[in-house]
Design a binder for this molecule. Structure first.
Ligand SMILES: Nc1ncnc2c1ncn2[C@@H]1O[C@H](COP(=O)(O)OP(=O)(O)OP(=O)(O)O)[C@@H](O)[C@H]1O
Ligand SMILES: [Mg+2]
Length: 219
């Protein structure tokens, strides 16, 4: 399994008191497979993604990513796993404004010391970014920025891709195109995809769908 959650619970402390968000979650994701995570706003989808990506720690339970128990690690250890095997794609693209498209594409791969110019060039080609390589993020449309963000993530060849509404800012046609590419590239690189989406249409294109309701997973 690329990702496995066992008995994972998480609460937040709020002004109104403790808020239980995830209760006793079990979830498995195998290499080469994709899973859509749906659920109402506030149901805990992003929280689950943050835990899986080692951005935060669960209260209880075990989270194993590519054989590494991130739930037992300190901040440094989790950061290392994140750099090493996890790729994150968020709705806000978080591109680096001072870098052009080519440099944004290779930025994370360089940080992870896994720079592979031939793979980056292939990704740029397949994502339709070759004519845009010398532009800066502010000179791109939302859909173009999103394709850069996805290319930057795939450039590191992550074992696990965590995507939080990656096509949320795109129109239907662009969302479908980006989705098709992500699924092709995931199959080719044998990585696993956990994707949050509000779209039942997009969710239906993934191998499995689960829904979060009241802190629990319903199939
Ligand atoms: N850092 C935080 N501190 C306190 N409460 C939080 C924090 N982050 C999230 N929450 C609360 O936890 C619940 C789950 O939030 P989360 O962001 O995981 O939901 P979501 O399913 O991703 O929603 P959306 O579809 O709107 O993105 C919400 O009620 C939210 O208000
Ligand atoms: Mg969210």
């Amino acid at each position: 399994m690329v990702l496995s959650l066992r008995g994972v619970s998480k609460h937040y402390d709020t002004a109104e008191g403790p808020l239980a968000v995830l209760s006793d979650i079990d979830l498995d994701l195998a290499a080469g497979s994709s899973l859509a995570l749906t659920g109402e706003s506030g149901s805990g989808k992003s929280t689950l993604l943050h835990l899986a990506g080692g951005l935060d720690k669960p209260d209880h339970g075990q989270i194993v990513v590519a054989g590494q128990a991130v739930s037992e690690m300190d901040d440094r250890g989790r950061a290392a796993v994140r750099r090493g095997v996890v790729g994150l794609v968020f709705q806000q693209f978080n591109l680096i404004p001072s870098l052009d498209v080519a440099a944004n594409l290779s930025f994370h791969a360089r940080l992870a010391e896994r720079s592979d110019p031939a793979w980056e060039a292939e990704l740029a080609d397949r994502l339709g970014l070759l004519p845009l390589m010398r532009r800066y993020p502010e000179q791109l449309s939302g859909g173009q920025q999103q394709r850069v963000a996805i290319g930057r993530t795939l450039a590191t060849r992550p074992a696990l891709i965590l995507a939080d509404e990656p096509t949320g800012n795109l129109d239907e046609a662009n969302g479908d195109t980006v989705m098709t590419l992500m699924l092709e590239l995931i199959a080719e690189t044998d990585s696993a995809l956990l994707m949050v989406t509000h779209s039942t249409r997009l969710a239906g294109r993934l191998d499995r769908q689960v829904k979060l309701t009241q802190g629990r997973i319903v199939l």
